[in-house]
Write a protein that binds this ligand. Structure first.
Ligand SMILES: Cc1cc2nc3c(=O)[nH]c(=O)nc-3n(C[C@H](O)[C@H](O)[C@H](O)COP(=O)(O)O)c2cc1C
Length: 462
């Protein structure tokens, strides 16, 4: 049987997300991101087209990393200003029935007790459609914003993240027994005190003693997503994630990333298939390939290339503004660029990679321009490389998604590459057919589950 792909709209509750400069395009509603109707209209459109989910990125802090200043990020609205995606998800809960609602939250932002309660509330209101993209915030401005002296060392950030998720797992999985809620008006008892347990978490950073404030939501633990590409990031994904977000620059690159992460699963008691791989891609669609190329050229006239380089420079921790964009990257002695340069070289064999190529690689290497049939062919190639789904970045909002829904989805459906209808149940059941609403027992979070009756089992330290 053909393996279908999962399709998520990859958005940000902000002015400018991936294709910087396009916020000025006359046909985009992105400029009105403070207006809730932009998002409720989008959510309805996505659900009508049977997209699997809306995936919301989020970034904290504004780094002074382009020409030594933060100016371009503010002037061009690069991930700033932005609104809280979890509040947006709360509003979208009321206008959708099936769409998965996945949002990013950094371990820096909220205490795990507050975060776990917020997620449980959202999971109740959406009947189990919440996904959490776990990020560690790799920029110093985010750390300073939250009162830290500077960025925590790379691998220490993942240890912190493990402590954070372990605390949250205990709250979601280990506090309330399945039959703790009696809801018995006749008997006069809402909940059974002996079945609502104190958790005792003592980790390197968090010490938590007490009961989870919300009753168990349909999924308990939300659908867990992670995006990180280093060895420790991949180890964290192998241990915790049910989906990982990759931005490989070619189908071959995706195959390698997938094989690497799958290879890390066994040592943590999990197996290939336990993690879904969402690849970031974008599309420009025309009735013919030529028309699509014409449209792409028109779109490109709006792109602000300096803003693209400021974005990539921030992600790589290198001030692109102070370097010559035409310089071959091999001639630059910048450690932070070496890994990414290798990926760009692999995706563009035989080409001398210049700094400006790195700026455009993230947005353009993953961009497919063509007719719906061409796009379906290319998506089949990515699927054959092992990806399970696509996070679709957009040029205009909602135009890019309207085009995809109207022109590409029908072709994909005909080829068995997109779902015909929503499966019943929670996001976890929709994305893992045949599994239940809760995390499977092989997942490390299951260890946080009470063997109810033995409270001592919750007194786990990390
Ligand atoms: C595809 C992808 C998407 C990401 N999205 C976000 C995001 O929305 N917010 C954020 O703060 N960090 C985001 N990150 C950053 C990661 O969470 C992580 O901090 C960064 O990649 C550094 O970790 P690494 O060295 O393991 O890759 C993203 C990373 C990748 C690769």
């Amino acid at each position: 049987m053909t393996k279908r792909l999962i399709f998520n709209a990859f958005c940000m509750n902000a002015l400018s997300h991936v294709y910087h400069g396009l916020w000025r395009h006359p046909e985009t509603r992105q400029r009105n991101f403070n207006d809730l109707s932009v998002w409720t209209d989008l959510a309805r459109l996505l659900e009508e087209a049977r997209f699997d989910g809306l995936f919301l990125a989020d970034v904290m802090g504004v780094d002074p990393i382009h020409k030594g200043r933060p100016d371009i990020y503010i002037e061009q609205g690069i991930h700033f200003p932005s609104n809280d995606p979890s509040i947006l998800v709360g509003a979208l809960a009321g206008v959708t029935e099936h769409l998965g609602l996945m949002f990013t939250s950094s371990i820096l932002q909220a205490h795990p007790v507050e975060f776990a309660r917020r997620v449980s509330t959202l999971d109740h209101y959406t009947r189990g459609r919440i996904g959490w993209n776990i990020v560690t915030s790799a920029n110093a401005a985010a750390a300073k914003l939250f009162g830290h002296d500077g960025l925590t060392q790379h691998d220490d950030r993942y240890q912190w993240a493990q402590d954070y998720v372990d605390a949250a797992y205990r709250l979601w999985e280990g506090s309330w027994e399945n039959d703790a809620v009696l809801n018995d008006p006749a008997g006069g008892r809402y909940a059974h005190p002996a079945r609502v347990h104190e958790i005792r978490h003592k980790g390197p950073r968090y010490t938590i003693t007490g009961r989870h404030m919300s009753t168990p939501s349909p999924q308990r633990t939300p659908f867990l997503i992670q995006a990180g590409s280093s060895p420790s990031g991949r180890d964290f994904a192998a241990r915790n994630a049910e989906a990982t977000f990759i931005v490989s620059l070619s189908a071959e690159g995706a195959r390698r990333a997938i094989s690497d992460i799958n290879g890390r699963l066994q040592s943590v008691g999990r197996k290939p298939g336990d993690i879904l791989f969402f690849q970031g891609l974008s599309f420009v669609i025309g009735s013919t390939d030529d028309e699509a190329c014409r449209k792409a050229r028109e779109m490109d006239e709006w792109v602000n290339h300096e803003a693209l380089s400021a974005h990539v420079g921030r992600d790589l921790g290198v001030d692109f503004g102070s370097l010559d964009p035409d310089k071959p990257v091999r001639e630059l002695d910048v450690q932070g660029l070496q890994g990414f340069t290798k990926f760009v070289e692999e995706a563009n064999p035989g080409k001398v990679v210049r700094l400006r190529d790195l700026s455009t690689a993230m947005s353009y290497n993953g961009r497919i321009v063509g007719s719906p049939e061409t796009i379906a062919d290319r998506l089949r190639d990515w699927r054959d490389a092992g990806i399970d789904g696509v996070n679709i970045a957009y040029q205009t909002l909602p135009g890019s998604f309207e085009d995809f829904a109207r022109h590409v989805m029908p072709v994909l459906r005909k080829r068995g590459l997109a779902q015909e209808s929503y499966a019943p149940g929670t996001l976890r059941e929709k994305l893992f057919p045949g599994r239940g609403p809760r995390l499977e027992t092989g997942h490390p979070a299951a260890a946080s589950r009470l063997h109810f009756g033995s409270v001592a089992r919750l007194e786990v330290s990390t």
